[in-house]
Design a binder for this molecule. Structure first.
Ligand code: NAP
Length: 321
């Protein structure tokens, strides 16, 4: 039998959802432990906002705030309210028995939890070009709503053929001088209505059966152009742009929970609509790991708040707190 400590609430993840859950759970006297996790592919906690530049749409910050500063403020507030944070990745989660067991960090520390709030988020998919990697946040972005306004009046490009690419292209066409939309096939997978809106927009030029093979200019340390290959003719051309928006899907970080709670076919965690309740009592999911539609810091924070309140009610109903 494990002699690991038992917590009322263990939160996995430290983006806006996880840290908002930590703030609310701490204020409810639940003494939550937040296993921060290193942001997808990075070396730092704080979620996807750590990789954005300026955040201009988070209410309460009219003077703009960087993604890093915003997350530092979330974190400070969680600590100030009494949440305990550990900077480590959760490596194993056992939801087969209660209390649930979570293993984390290099030393495989274990903690038991009466409730778990999953807020592990999602990772944007990128094309995988070295030049794309170097120019991330220097004109390469995976979020038009976050970064589009930085390129107002300038030409930009979007890669992808799904609903997100259509949405981003349409959004950017309202801000930028021109949008070049690049898709690898000769038909989009996006819904017909969203495709039609893109095709009817005179500011959007569509390059079908094409791939971005290089982002320029690494030497200048910002985006000046992309090299696009026509996949049918194999010819290449340079398209001058100030920013490249990659909209080729996200990957939810739900692997730790697969097989233990229900996931949608696309890997996102299933929650009961209008709640953060997963298929397992006492386990809640908030933020991007369960939301592929809105994916905003403010909506993630809102669902993190919901998860903490639901965890508190669950514990109260069980007489466990
Ligand atoms: P998605 O539907 O998976 O589409 C991804 C697109 O990226 C596809 O067109 C795919 O091409 C392309 N792609 C994938 N890997 C690529 C690569 N390595 N290089 C170049 N292109 C690549 O993802 P999404 O558009 O983010 O949408 C995700 C989900 O959210 C969908 O269910 C969507 O309906 C939903 N969504 C809904 C709304 C809305 O209703 N308002 C808005 C946004 C998203 P192929 O087509 O060739 O596979």
């Amino acid at each position: 039998m494990s002699n690991a400590p038992v917590r009322n609430v263990v939160i996995v993840g430290s983006g806006p959802a996880g840290l908002t859950a930590a703030i609310y759970a701490a204020r409810a006297n639940l003494a939550p432990l937040c296993i921060e996790g290193f942001s997808a592919g990075g070396l730092i906690p704080g979620g996807q906002l750590m990789f954005t530049t300026e955040v201009e749409n988070y209410p309460g910050f009219p003077e703009k705030v960087t993604g890093q500063e915003l997350m530092q403020r979330f974190r400070d507030q969680a600590v100030h309210q009494g949440a305990e944070l550990v900077t480590a990745d959760a490596t194993k989660v056992d939801l087969s028995k209660r209390p649930f067991e979570i293993t984390y960090g290099d030393d495989a520390e274990r903690v038991l939890a009466k409730t778990v709030i999953i807020a592990t988020g999602a990772r944007a998919n990128y094309i995988g070009l070295p030049s794309e990697e170097t120019l991330k946040n220097k004109g390469v972005s995976a979020c038009a709503v976050c970064d589009g306004a930085l390129f107002r009046g300038e030409p930009v490009a979007v890669v992808g053929g799904g609903d997100t690419a259509m949405e981003e292209a349409t959004y950017l066409a309202g801000l930028c001088s021109k949008v070049t939309l690049i898709h690898r096939r000769d038909e989009f997978r996006a819904s017909r209505s969203m495709q039609d809106r893109v095709k009817a927009n005179p500011k959007i030029e569509i390059l079908y059966s094409s791939a971005v093979v290089e982002v320029k200019d690494v030497a200048l340390d910002h985006v000046t152009a992309i090299v696009v290959e026509d996949l049918k003719t194999k010819t290449r051309r340079e398209v001058p742009i100030s920013a490249l928006f990659v909209a080729i899907g996200h990957t939810p970080l739900s692997d730790l929970f697969a097989g233990q709670i229900e996931l949608h076919a696309n890997g996102y965690i299933k929650t009961t609509p209008g709640t953060t309740q997963t298929s397992l009592a006492g386990v809640f999911a908030a933020g991007d790991v369960q939301d592929w539609t809105f994916r905003q810091a403010i909506t993630a924070a809102g669902s993190g708040c919901m998860a903490a309140l639901e965890a508190e009610r669950f514990l109260a109903a069980e007489g466990a707190h």
